[in-house]
Design a protein around this ligand. Structure first.
Ligand SMILES: [Zn+2]
Length: 290
């Protein structure tokens, strides 16, 4: 597998400063509220102030994985970012999304929106793709196509971060997941309808091409999409833009807002297709990225 070297990442100093801010904010929220306190009690104006914050797990080095829940309706959407620490653009993008959710509570009053801005806290801190043990977390899920290895982990869910995310997903049962990665510059999907239709909408709204990459072995997409047969979208952002939250939000925010505002689209087939969704296209592919 090819992995982009950290040195190719020109925005590292700016993002490092941003992540320090993010980390401080998250830490503040965690310390201030703790995982069990009710929503909206503190930090008005900080991203997530109307949400219920929950520490869903901790990284190898003990950093919290904080997920924010908006609303308590029957349908659920999970948007998660930065499972690869060198693909951090999803973090400022999801923080902007949370600012928007804070300002527009009418959009989530009949749904549950879960936002996980940092899925690999140690990797993001170190600006490395992997977790602190050198494992690719997005190859560590118990998908049918998983491969045991030193890089993917010697067993499924060998890592605390992937275990936390796995258990959280089984608990909240999201209708749809959006995973934000870089730098493949496309919208990808796995699983049955409405995955393909939603991916087409997202591609149209972002200007990114729809590109069926195939489920990587042991990836979240392979597990949730192909093994559990549930819809999951992968938003693959360009490698540039990492240092520009405003540009990220203006370009990719509308697609996320459209998804959030239309919970009926999470469960209905928008195409009338049979739901196969091209699911077998390269399911065992093991190329780079994603
Ligand atoms: Zn990735």
């Amino acid at each position: 597998m090819q992995h982009p070297p950290a040195s190719s990442w020109s925005a590292a100093p700016v993002l490092a400063a941003l992540l320090l801010l993010v980390g401080t904010t998250v830490l503040f929220l965690v310390l201030r509220r703790g995982p069990a306190e009710p929503a909206g009690v503190a930090s008005v104006g900080a991203p997530g102030f109307r949400a219920v914050a929950e520490v869903i797990g901790r990284s190898v080095e003990g950093r919290p994985m904080v997920c924010y829940q908006y609303g308590n309706g029957p349908r659920a959407l999970l948007i998660k970012a930065s499972i690869h620490g060198t693909e951090g653009a999803g973090t400022p993008l999801t923080l902007r999304l949370m600012e928007w959710l804070d300002a527009h509570p009418e959009t989530w009053k009949n749904a549950r929106i879960f936002v996980l801005p940092i899925s690999n806290p140690d990797g993001l801190e170190a600006l490395k793709r992997f977790n602190a043990k050198g494992i690719d977390l997005n190859r560590n899920f118990p998908a049918e196509n998983r491969e045991d290895s030193a890089r993917f982990g010697q067993a499924a869910l060998s890592e605390p971060e992937s275990r936390a995310l796995h258990d959280f997903i089984l608990r909240i049962q999201p209708d749809v997941i959006v995973a934000i990665h870089q730098p493949l510059v496309c919208v990808d999907y796995d699983g049955p309808a409405p995955a393909e239709a939603l991916a087409r909408r997202m591609a149209a709204a972002t200007g990114l091409p729809l590109n069926k990459l195939g489920a990587r072995p042991g990836s979240l997409g392979a597990w949730f999409g192909e093994t559990l047969r549930r819809p999951i979208l992968t938003l693959e952002l360009p490698r540039t833009l990492t240092n520009d939250p405003d540009r990220l939000w203006s370009k990719y925010g509308p697609a996320l807002r459209e998804l959030v505002e239309n919970p009926e689209s999470w469960v209905l087939s928008l195409t009338g297709a049979d739901g196969a969704g091209g699911a077998d296209g390269g399911r065992s592919r093991s190329g780079s990225g994603n």
